[in-house]
Unconditional design. Structure first.
Length: 326
């Protein structure tokens, strides 16, 4: 029996405003749960097969990426307070941390794709492309573009459902193509502000610079305090603005970045575990191994020998509704 990827709701904020003036909203955070290290951190299905949370009517954030290809339906999709009426076909990219919900949505049809940063290991540049597209997420498609995107998304759904040999690599390559096409389709599209505009002034600039810094490889010190010092702010202030903008703490983002860097190096280089620990910012290889096991569920050696692993059967329903969620 396969293992499912679950979508869980967490309460991410308390109401009120901190000294920085950044408002903390009571917005649920949806988490893509991968219960075992070898479960594929990716799912695709129709709005109906993904479940009611794919059309959640309450504002919420994700810790993962969502791509919705909408082929039919009525109502509105609200992303970062900008409401867009449904006039299918649409392609919509929601990046981690963005707030969205569906308003008066009826008979919405199409495909929903959910995945986390780990699924982008083969093409890490896709993360930047998708975040750029998410700043203008509501792409209206003409007939030609709709046939093109519809055909690609349909092929991805087939690959995922049939799970033939090598399908994970095919899915990653198809997602890369989709990311490039979406970036091209941005020209002239109506959209919503990027993070710097959603959180204006110094806080938005700070968050953008922090996310750029943590993506740089080869740093020997990767702590919230060290990044705050480099950015010229206190660690407390950095924590406040990052959590307000992205829905997660800077410490969690740093750990995620270190884990992803280690995974890339394990899969795509012949560096030793000691060398990789240093590249990921760890002076002690033994501590790095404990960290990696805690974050992924397997040792660095097991991860490398398993090629990243995948024992998930995508023919089993993948996304479960969180108990009590709308």
């Amino acid at each position: 029996m396969g293992h499912s990827v679950g979508q869980r709701t967490q309460e991410a904020w308390s109401s009120g405003a901190g000294e920085s003036g950044v408002r903390d909203l009571a917005v649920p955070l949806h988490v893509l749960e991968v219960p075992l290290p070898h479960v594929l951190p990716f799912a695709i299905g129709s709005f109906d097969s993904i479940g009611p949370m794919s059309r959640a009517a309450f504002p919420h954030r994700h810790s993962f990426y969502e791509i919705a290809y909408v082929t039919g339906g009525s109502g509105c999709h609200v992303v970062d307070l900008a409401s867009r009426p449904l006039r299918p076909p649409h392609l919509c990219v929601i990046a981690p941390g963005q707030v969205h919900h569906w308003e008066d949505a009826g008979d919405v049809s199409g495909w929903v794709m959910l995945f986390n940063e780990e699924f982008l290991l083969a093409h890490p540049e896709d993360g930047g492309a998708l975040r750029e597209v998410s700043s203008r997420p509501w792409l209206s498609l003409d007939d030609r573009a709709a046939r093109r995107f519809g055909g690609l998304v349909g092929e991805m759904a087939r690959e995922y459902r049939e799970a033939e040999a090598g399908y994970v690599g095919v899915l990653r390559s198809q997602l890369h193509v989709l990311s490039v096409w979406a970036l091209r389709a941005m020209g002239g599209a109506d959209g919503v502000p990027a993070v710097e505009e959603r959180l204006p002034g110094r806080p938005g600039e700070l968050v953008a610079e922090f996310t750029r810094l943590i993506a740089l490889p080869g740093r020997t010190e990767r702590s919230v305090r060290s990044y705050a010092r480099e950015l010229g702010v206190s660690a407390g202030y950095l924590s406040e603005v990052v959590k307000a903008a992205l829905g997660v703490t800077p410490g969690a983002l740093i750990r995620r970045s270190q884990t992803l860097e280690a995974q890339r190096l394990l899969l795509r280089t012949d560096l030793t575990v000691r060398q990789i620990s240093r590249e990921a910012g760890f002076a002690d290889p033994a501590y790095f191994c404990r960290f990696f096991r805690r974050e992924t569920g397997v040792s660095p050696g097991e991860y490398r020998s398993g090629g990243g692993g995948n024992h998930h059967d995508p023919r089993i329903e993948s996304i479960a509704s969180a108990p009590g969620a709308a």
